[in-house]
Design a protein around this ligand. Sequence first.
Ligand code: ADP
Ligand code: MG
Length: 325
Amino acid sequence: MSSEPAIEAHGLRRSFGDVHALRGVDLVAPTGSVLGVLGPNGAGKTTAVRILTTLLQPDAGTARVAGLDVTKDAQELRSRIGLAGQYAAVDEYLTGRENLAMVGRLYHLSPSQSRTRADELLAEFDLVDAGGRVASTYSGGMRRRLDLAAALVVRPPVLFLDEPTTGLDPRSRNALWETIEERVSEGTTVLLTTQYLDEADRLADRIAVIDHGEVIAEGTSDDLKARVGGSRLEVALEDPTQAEAARAALGPLAEAGADVGVDGSRLSVPLRSDAGGVVAAVRRLDDAGVAVSDVTVRRPTLDDAFLTLTGRPAEDATDDAEVPA
Ligand SMILES: Nc1ncnc2c1ncn2[C@@H]1O[C@H](COP(=O)(O)OP(=O)(O)O)[C@@H](O)[C@H]1O
Ligand SMILES: [Mg+2]
């Protein structure tokens, strides 16, 4: 057993013409952990995954996966990794069941093991009814599920999942999350790219946020949330003409140098850690004769972190969910 991380990349660079897809990316995932690579469209996630899975050469930088160099040992590395993304593994002319059984045979499972595994995965990804149809008749969401299932036929030590749940319905998404957690508990290392904060939050031990080809933050979900700062007090006034009075009353609760934000009848206060929260706020507003309809304290979410780090909100996870048939 070596203590070398299962995935380790240093200074990865890759351009396409004058598009700098990666501008010097470092990534590391210890064996048995989940690394979430979080970033908006075009951030460079797929380019990084393609390099780490030997499908693309970096212009500069080095990477080792499962103890092997991604360029020098590419051939040998391919048998130690699994990849799902962009229907990499789907053969249009085979049925769903045949596709999965074929992957089993490629990885030297016996014919009966291959069939059993195919049926298990068809059930897991809600493709039992479609299992006998050729993949060319599948919807986008069904192909996506078949591609994921194909990556899970065997149990390679390192698994790369490129936006695995984009376009999946909530049920398949949950099934996949459970499968990933099960694999990780067995020692598999997973690199998962995602635009979805809830996914990174739930699955990833560490998260690398990438934007414009660079890692702009790295840490646990809690580390990233802490970068945004502390909690915020949110106040809704009954009467917007009392906004100035409320601002004055709440000023002493704000963090040093921070302002009380006012938007119509709503106030937002970056709270000092010793400010006393809702109770202190209500008392001060009461003393100032300000009537409120709601007072809450909001802890930072990964969404807030993403917004702070990239200057724009993360994609809405429901935007392109698969439409149920
Ligand atoms: N084969 C390619 N040819 C030209 N440009 C590419 C190619 N692959 C990726 N790019 C560009 O590189 C950038 C990063 O793309 P990509 O790695 O696919 O991002 P992500 O997966 O985070 O959405 C984008 O600007 C994309 O248009
Ligand atoms: Mg991509």
